[in-house]
Design a protein around this ligand. Structure first.
Ligand SMILES: NC(=O)c1ccc[n+]([C@@H]2O[C@H](COP(=O)([O-])OP(=O)(O)OC[C@H]3O[C@@H](n4cnc5c(N)ncnc54)[C@H](OP(=O)(O)O)[C@@H]3O)[C@@H](O)[C@H]2O)c1
Length: 390
């Protein structure tokens, strides 16, 4: 699928950065400086039809950068508009173009995670105010929530403040990898969110259970490893030798270095570690490894598999295994899911969770396409790619 850049301007029109819109009954209106730390405090005259910069996908599944995409003029009472300072890049972003899914109509705007500053709030919003530094995780069905645009509109409960000490770029990687790991473990795999800070001596070593994370060094795998270790599970991580030291530092108890091994040989090594005791598995690689992972899950105890990177529907699933359907849209559809982003924030602020190594790509929306191409071609060098707008 060719990537097409029609307007490759990196500078964002200054006039498009200021939001001044007509007052409607349902929205509190604010006039803000988009990037206060740059020192531009000018209050701009009202714009009748405010425009923003957006990375559109057209009907041919090609990108088109535009400087004149309309800014939503009204918000629902529970919605928040966030000025984009940084957006994380994810495999789903290039996959949805390459395979034409999660694109309800054209032109569409993708991008699932971002961090920035609250620009406007609906009348009923109580948990954040204009000027707050926040991050969010979005659902593809609302074009206003696509993160590859200057101004992103999302429901209030999906907006979390940026943990103290994090910059926008770091916070922009929480909405997909971190939140998916958290909800997979806490919501769908029944792993406690509030483990005690230390392993209780009353819990025997073998009672704590194993979780196998295939693709442990992926961004999602790094978060999952830490959250599982915090819950006192024994993590077995499959990763490259290069990533092994990081995984060990993040809390993986056992590491199977995959370099030069077939999946069958990796499976043998895993059985050598845990025998028939693996009751939870998370696959972050693909259909083939998900199938192999199923073979090493316990045959005698109830077990859970979360195939986060796809699993063929024809894969035979043993009766004792439940395949967990991880639906991250629930974070947006179910307001009670806010508990997961809140708990993640606490763990980060308390220093229990380490963020992956981040590579910041400058250039704003004009840099998204190149970053996604690197992800697609496996050239992220083990780092989380984040595009910065500042
Ligand atoms: N369902 C959802 O909502 C959801 C959410 C998040 C992610 N995902 C999916 O989960 C997958 C991972 O996403 P991500 O963003 O976390 O990935 P990522 O950070 O881009 O992961 C890339 C890493 O995967 C590792 N890897 C590649 N092939 C491997 C193999 N055969 N065995 C073990 N590790 C391998 C490589 O590390 P080493 O070379 O160091 O091993 C590579 O650095 C993607 O398919 C993504 O679409 C799904």
């Amino acid at each position: 699928m060719p990537f097409l850049m029609v307007a490759a301007q990196t500078a964002i029109d200054e006039t498009s950065k200021v939001i001044t819109v007509e007052k409607t009954p349902e929205v509190r209106l604010e006039q803000i400086n988009p990037h206060p730390e740059t020192g531009n405090d000018a209050v701009r005259p009202p714009q009748e039809n405010p425009m923003q910069c957006a990375l559109l996908i057209n009907a041919a599944c090609e990108y088109k950068l535009t400087m004149s995409f309309p800014v939503p003029t009204s918000l629902h009472s529970n919605e928040v508009m966030i000025r984009n300072y940084a957006t994380g890049l994810n495999p789903i972003d290039w996959k949805s173009l390459a395979y034409n899914f999660c694109l309800p109509q054209f032109p569409w705007i993708t991008g699932r995670e971002m961090a920035g500053i609250v620009a406007r709030v609906g009348d009923a919003v109580t948990n954040c105010r204009v000027g707050d530094r926040v991050w969010t995780s979005t659902y593809y069905k609302d074009r206003r929530a696509g993160c590859f645009q200057d101004l992103v509109v999302v429901p209030e409960h999906t907006v979390a403040r940026i943990p103290a000490g994090l910059d926008f770029e770091s916070a922009a990687c929480l909405g997909v990898g971190a939140l998916t790991a958290a909800m997979t473990l806490w919501k769908w795999m029944g792993i406690p969110m509030y483990p005690p800070p230390a392993v209780p001596s009353t819990v025997a070593r073998d009672d704590r259970g194993y979780v196998l994370i295939w693709g442990g060094s992926s961004v999602t795998g790094q978060f999952a490893t830490q959250l599982a270790a915090l819950a006192h599970l024994h993590v077995i991580a499959v990763c490259s030798g290069q990533a092994a030291p990081v995984l060990r530092q993040l809390g993986a108890k056992h590491i199977v270095v995959r370099d030069g091994l077939s999946d069958a040989e990796i499976a043998d090594a895993i059985r050598g570690i845990a025998g028939d005791d693996i009751t939870r598995g998370i696959d972050l690689v693909g259909s083939k490894t998900a199938r192999t992972l199923l073979e090493v899950l316990s045959k005698s105890k109830p077990a859970l598999l979360a195939p986060l990177a796809m699993m063929s529907s024809s894969t035979p699933v043993p009766d004792n295994v439940t395949v967990v359907g991880v639906e991250m849209k629930q974070f947006v559809l179910d307001p009670s899911s806010k508990v997961y982003s809140s708990r993640l924030n606490e763990l980060i602020e308390d220093g229990h969770i380490q963020l992956p190594q981040i590579e910041v790509i400058k250039g704003g929306l004009a840099a998204v396409e190149g970053g996604l191409r690197r992800l697609k071609e496996g050239r992220a060098n083990g780092k989380k790619l984040v595009v910065s707008f500042t």
